[in-house]
Design a protein around this ligand. Sequence first.
Ligand SMILES: Nc1nc2c(ncn2[C@@H]2O[C@H](COP(=O)(O)OP(=O)(O)O)[C@@H](O)[C@H]2O)c(=O)[nH]1
Ligand SMILES: [Mg+2]
Length: 419
Amino acid sequence: MKRDATAVGAHARPDVALRLAAIRAGERAAIARAITAIENDIASARALSAALAADAGRAHVVGVTGPPGAGKSTLINALLAEFAARGRRIAVVAIDPSSPITGGAVLGDRVRMHAAGAAESVFIRSLASRGHAGGLAKATRRIVDLLDAAGFDAIVVETVGAGQSDVGIAALADTSVVVCPPGLGDDVQAIKAGILEIADVLVVNKGDQPAADRTEQELRDMLRLRAHRPGWAVRVLRTVATTGDGVPALVDALDAHATDAGRGRRLARAPAPPAATAVESRLRGFCAADPYQRLNALEFVESGPGTVTMRMRVAPQHLNFNGKCHGGAIFTLADSAFGVAANAYGVVAAGIDTHTTFQVAVSEGDVLTARSLEVSRNAKIAVYRVDVTRGDGTVVASFTGTVFMTRRPHQARPDDLRP
Ligand SMILES: Nc1nc2c(ncn2[C@@H]2O[C@H](COP(=O)(O)OP(=O)(O)O)[C@@H](O)[C@H]2O)c(=O)[nH]1
Ligand SMILES: [Mg+2]
């Protein structure tokens, strides 16, 4: 039978309105049904999600990630108790195939909390991680929006940390907690390379184990070595999830971060780059107004989505005591291409870390071309690579750099290119 689209719409609307009201009133059965519909990607769930979008942005979304067995679920249990003790309603979304919630720690605690009469303030749901990560990320985002609209004060999302392949928790969460079990040793390096970069709060859980001291020290050392970043200073905390030790301090840290960084980060998605021509003229303007680029005779060549090309002819002013091009001049060229590319999104991108290798000496008269490429980007952090080549195509230097994406729009002043 051919269905009339208008008629279907007319029937769908009152149904959506009823379900909306139930969800906004925090009715658990209505919330649970809507989550199932979102998981199964039912068309009516899409209408519901669209209708709920306006209500989102009030809840504090906390991502909890870390290796399997680190104690994430146990820690979330302890968090639930502490949140409830502070009179807050909290929802948990667990995406963890290794510890399904039925029979796991979370269910056990839910039963205990029920006995304590606090069950109404807690809603727990585990998501099957079937399908690919992209679909799961989209469903998770819509479920978080739903729970936000349902009036929960905090929504905790548990994921197994696997760097880039997890559900993009950093983009979803207002606050990212990385749980590190003691005695990681070399694994700390692996964590550092991936999920440590997104951490707002680092938790050394299983603080009752002897190796916790060393792990905590390693994490603190790692943070100290890192270039200073603007804004929030990452905190390292120690917990014993099984007893609740350190959990009140963790909630204090989560609250402090929410105050500092705000809520509803997922709603302020990184802006898409404006049309290429508009970007290009803005970037040209930045470069033309940048006295340091003028001093070094840098030339803006062209820009495209995520890339910028800049050029410098090596002149006497660029030479070092050896008669070769000064490394600082090559760095300036690469760093400028990095800065311009990172700032192409209409918000101030603050450089926080760079690394440069110099492969070949460069002589006066050589024309150097720096081409920047965006390696990765999320709502907070973007990584760029810049290759500097000579006229004959030889790569003379390689540069990588990381920026922190602020939410500040650009002013028409060149000094806003830098923090
Ligand atoms: N000794 C100790 N064991 C813990 C602690 N937190 C969790 N565990 C145990 O570690 C195991 C894994 O915990 P779980 O919460 O499932 O880890 P997840 O995979 O990160 O969610 C369980 O047996 C917990 O009882 C802690 O602080 N101290
Ligand atoms: Mg778990």
